[in-house]
Design a binder for this molecule. Structure first.
Ligand SMILES: Cc1ncc(COP(=O)(O)O)c(C=O)c1O
Length: 398
């Protein structure tokens, strides 16, 4: 099918829950994608921080091909070899001790919310139920996770929402101090808010959040669905801040493009008993094969170190553009999760870049987000920045 045919079928048969760009990618390799009409794109979206090793990485292709012949699915009624190996690899490379696997970021956060509630009930009292989250956060699209998400636009129309959530401005320690108390069972934060506009937490803020949680017997949950697995130049973003959470959630990059999510927790917090939580597909042999291959490649391929090098190149080139155009207000982020805040809307720029063969996206209306594959090289960064520069220069002339 060509692009037009795919779009026509999509408009006829798909629910209209996505505001889709009229582009139909059919093939990907490394940092490149091709649409159904054969047009090539440089991909700085990466399936929104999913394709960490680029499109169709060889390690994942091989692991999945081998596993698919052995076994695709197996119930969690039994022990699954790839699942236990993946759990060990995650635990050995993080400050966490136990893993639960699911299929998405929202599910990982659901599991975290349930675990925190259960923990508070068992260790403290039944009234300790409140989860404090940040404004502008994003934690997923299930009922509990849109409620955890501190953005009313995601909640509107879906009321009644589950109770027990409280919101505070991000990076405002005083506001957090006022919100956290005896009724708080957990504080849930992204170390860097991705969807909310690439907002980086300060070290003081996250250290303060940890201290407040300890003072009030609450758990600290870090949502690293977007920031986890080398994206920010550390395997986990919490390492930048010197603050270990009690619960950590992951998804996006974990499967190298294959759907898988995880909730990790410290030993003393991992109090789930048989029957407390489950997922039919969670941690299945195929998804875990993809994740094992991805994580091994990230660790053994020294991707963290590489991200620091190429992340600095991208940051510097974005900063140079910000010197050139006065409508660029800020460049921020860490590693290869970078944002360019504009004093104008960003969607026209996204569309113009696409016309010229570069895919980027825009969050919060005015922040361009750059999340290329972690394997991007300096030549492709330069190409992308040349396209962006051309597009921005067109705007300056208006
Ligand atoms: C920080 C964060 N948490 C949770 C989610 C939800 O993940 P999923 O779409 O896999 O449910 C996202 C998705 O963008 C995210 O960025």
């Amino acid at each position: 099918m060509n692009t037009k045919e795919i779009i026509e079928l999509g408009d006829k048969y798909l629910m209209r829950n996505y505001g889709r760009i009229p582009l139909a990618p059919v093939k990907g390799e490394g940092a490149r994608m091709w649409d159904a009409d054969g047009r090539e794109y440089l991909d700085f979206v990466s399936g929104i921080a999913v394709n960490a090793l680029g499109h169709s990485p060889l390690a994942v292709i091989e692991a999945v091909s081998e596993q698919v012949r052995k076994m695709i699915h197996c119930s969690n009624l039994y022990y699954i070899e790839n699942q236990v190996l993946l759990a060990r690899l995650l635990v050995e490379n993080s400050a966490m001790d136990k893993a639960f696997f699911c299929n998405s970021g929202a599910e990982a956060n659901e599991a975290a919310i349930k675990l925190a509630r259960k923990y508070a009930k068992i260790k403290h009292n039944p009234e300790k139920v409140e989860i404090v989250t940040a404004l502008n956060s994003f934690h997923g699209r299930t009922l509990a996770t849109i409620t955890a998400t501190g953005q009313p636009k995601y909640q509107k129309g879906f009321e009644p929402l589950p109770g027990g959530f409280k919101y505070v401005p991000f990076n405002d320690l005083q506001a957090l101090k006022e919100a956290v108390g005896p009724a708080t069972c957990a504080v849930l934060l992204e170390p860097i808010q991705g969807e909310g506009g690439v907002n980086v937490a300060s070290i003081t803020y996250l250290k303060g959040a940890k201290a407040l949680c300890e003072e009030h017997g609450a758990l600290l949950i870090f949502d690293e669905v977007q920031t986890g697995l080398a994206r920010t130049g550390r395997l986990f973003a919490y390492e930048h801040f010197g603050v270990e959470p009690d619960i950590l959630t992951l998804a996006k990059a974990l499967g190298g493009g294959f759907p898988i999510g995880a909730m990790l927790a410290k030993e003393e917090v991992a109090i789930f008993q048989p029957g407390d939580h489950a997922s039919t597909f969670g941690g299945n042999p195929l998804a875990c094969a993809a994740a094992l291959a991805t994580l091994e490649e990230i660790i053994e391929g020294e991707i963290v170190q590489y991200v620091n090098v190429v992340g600095a190149i991208l940051y510097n080139q974005l900063s140079e553009l910000s010197q050139k155009y006065d409508f660029i207000k800020d460049i921020r982020g860490k590693g290869l999760l970078l944002g360019m805040e504009l004093s104008i809307g960003g969607m026209d720029i996204v569309n113009a870049c696409q016309e010229k063969g570069l895919l980027i996206n825009c969050v919060g209306g005015n922040v361009l987000r750059f999340v290329p594959p972690l394997t991007i090289d300096s030549i492709d960064i330069k190409k992308a920045m040349e396209i962006l520069d051309q597009v921005l220069s067109g705007i300056n002339k208006k």
